[in-house]
Design a protein around this ligand. Structure first.
Ligand code: FES
Length: 566
């Protein structure tokens, strides 16, 4: 085991490696050949969704000790979606570097990743893949369903509350009461937002024990799962079962199909592409279309439906979805518990067909994800049909362009803004380089004057992302982004834009000559940062269709420490 390269040594080096660890009260036998299990913890009081992770880590430790391992907990950069400015996505790649280097640099034989809030899952998985030692993921679990004025609420209601306050249907006092009603327990967002999508992603990839995705954070069974995961990682080390054994091309295809069936966040695309890049699986945007296309929406959860993660768990959770998709999945994929997908999910039972439907009678026939392309997005863009308006799936309208998010905020509620319900709202410079960091602003709020007329949805297009809790007819991740000087950069007010989701098309209806002329005159308007991490990020981040990872982080460097001097 690699940990014996530290703890198994004699002489001065072994003395140093063990002696300082012993100041924590660790007996000598812990160092004599036991698998050392790192518990990579994203606990932080600034990441409220992961605020219970110290307790969860204790459960993991119990499992590791019970199985004969030696647990060591370590912190890594934690990304709290709600507080971090300018956007947590700016730091996903930085956090993944922290994870990668922390694992490789230390005497660890296997690692348990404690993930919860949106970016904490992809950043930890990306980092671990680049090292490729035995790895198991434990998600923190969703919050209990919120209750406000007798109704169930979750994060997706924020957008509705915001519109209600803007058009006078809700007071500021009511909004303050709703805050406490929504987040009433530990855990991450309780709808099928990005955190829940990520928890489903790691389970469908096979990186967790079955049922990991949906157990509420406050449910005692979450701790049981954490303990069993601690137990299991010790055996994974003995079996040398690594991420590269689990994360095959087939496992990625399974995850894409499952994501379509659950109506997962569009952020799934960007994170899965980045993970595939780290583990060396050749995945493209077209794969998302190919493997999502025929999968209808089975799960009736907000934002595409009405229920919450708690209901999803009581209905049987992800194993039921995977059993329902059985015939379309690669059932022989190996998973973290050493069993195949089929072995894990064949006995799953649905306890509520209204929450998780069957393939023959799906909740919605629209798939959870579609990829479009055309002259406006040469390298593709994504839309979530299950959370969009059917009447806008094929739509042609006049562009109303916002050159930046600041421009949007300054003008969107101007009564003189020339816009109607058929217009297409276009937002530029919110991509990976342009913002920088690709924030979740793509689901721009509808102009106030249209809201007052009862307009609830419009076609919106940007190079940014959308919160997994968001909804509406929103085309996201346009690549190349405006800051790269693609066609998006030269869209002007009054241009006609056509979206046809069925035929996968997004077109700017302007002649090629005119587009070429505009591009020849185009100059970037985004701010270029000239120091620190953000400078490196802007210089090296790849476009959305490649997962927005840094070009120099693709692949991995393995687990070997090449220099060793004491
Ligand atoms: Fe953390 Fe939604 S803010 S999961």
């Amino acid at each position: 085991m690699r940990s014996q390269g530290w703890f198994g040594r004699t002489g001065k080096d072994g003395f140093i490696y063990r002696a300082w660890m012993k100041n924590q009260g660790i007996p000598d036998e812990e160092f004599r050949g036991k698998p050392v299990i790192g518990i990579c913890n994203t606990w932080s009081e600034l990441t409220p969704c992961n605020g219970h992770f110290r307790e969860l880590a204790e459960s993991v430790k119990k499992g590791v000790i019970a199985a004969g391992g030696f647990p060591v907990e370590f912190p890594v950069m934690s990304l709290g979606e709600t507080l971090i400015k300018p956007t947590a996505m700016l730091y996903r790649n930085l956090a993944s570097m922290d994870v990668e280097e922390s694992i490789r640099a230390n005497p660890i034989d296997g690692v348990v990743l404690l993930c919860g809030c949106d970016k904490t899952t992809p950043s930890l998985v990306m980092g671990a893949c680049s090292v490729n030692i035995p790895t198991i993921v434990v998600s923190g679990g969703p919050m209990l369903t919120g209750r406000y004025e007798g109704k169930s609420i979750g994060t997706s209601d924020i957008w509705r509350f915001n519109d209600a306050v803007r058009n006078g249907d809700m007071s500021q006092e009511q909004l303050t009461v709703a805050e406490a009603c929504m987040c009433r327990s530990q855990g991450h967002c309780a709808v099928m937002g990005t955190a829940s999508t990520m928890a489903c992603m790691v389970e469908s990839l096979g990186l967790t024990l079955p049922t990991n995705a949906a157990i509420p954070a406050a449910d005692s069974r979450r701790k049981v799962l954490a303990q069993y995961s601690g137990q299991r990682i010790v055996d994974m080390v003995k079996e040398d079962l690594k991420p590269s054994d689990i994360l095959t091309r087939s496992a990625f295809e399974n995850a894409i199909k499952v994501n379509a069936a659950i109506g997962g966040s569009t952020n799934f695309v960007i994170h899965l592409l980045a993970i595939a890049g780290r583990i060396g699986v050749d995945l493209t945007l077209d794969d998302f279309h190919q493997y999502s296309e025929k999968i209808p929406l089975l799960v009736n959860l907000q934002p595409s439906g009405k229920y919450f993660m708690e209901d999803f768990y009581y209905a049987g959770g992800l194993p039921v979805v995977m059993r329902a998709l059985n015939e379309t999945l690669h059932n022989n994929c190996i998973t973290a518990n050493g069993k195949t997908v089929a072995e894990n999910y064949s006995a799953a039972v649905s306890y509520n067909d209204d929450v998780i439907s069957e393939l023959i009678k799906p909740f919605k026939t629209e798939t959870g994800l579609a990829v479009v392309s055309g002259n406006l997005c040469e390298n593709g863009a994504v839309i979530k049909p299950s959370a969009a308006s059917p009447h806008l799936m094929q739509h042609t309208g006049r562009a109303v362009v916002f050159e930046s998010i600041e421009d949007y905020h300054a003008r969107v509620d101007d009564p003189l803004l020339d816009i109607d319900e058929n217009s297409v709202m276009v937002l530029k410079n919110v991509g990976p380089i342009g913002y920088p960091g690709m924030p979740e602003v793509g689901n721009m709020a509808i102009p106030k004057k249209l809201l007052e007329e009862g307009v609830v949805d419009m076609l919106r297009i940007s190079d940014g992302r959308m919160s997994g809790t968001g909804f509406g007819t929103v085309v996201l991740h346009v690549s190349p982004e405006a800051a790269k000087g693609g066609v998006l950069a030269v869209v002007q007010d009054g241009d006609m834009i056509s979206l046809d989701v069925e035929n996968r098309k997004l077109e700017l209806l302007v002649s090629e000559e005119e587009i070429a002329k505009r591009i020849s005159l185009w100059k970037p308007t985004h701010v270029e940062v000239n120091r620190g991490y953000v400078q490196i990020y802007q210089q090296h981040v790849q476009q959305a269709h490649l997962g927005a990872d840094m070009d120099f982080l693709k692949g991995g460097s393995g687990s070997k420490v090449t220099r060793d001097s004491h």
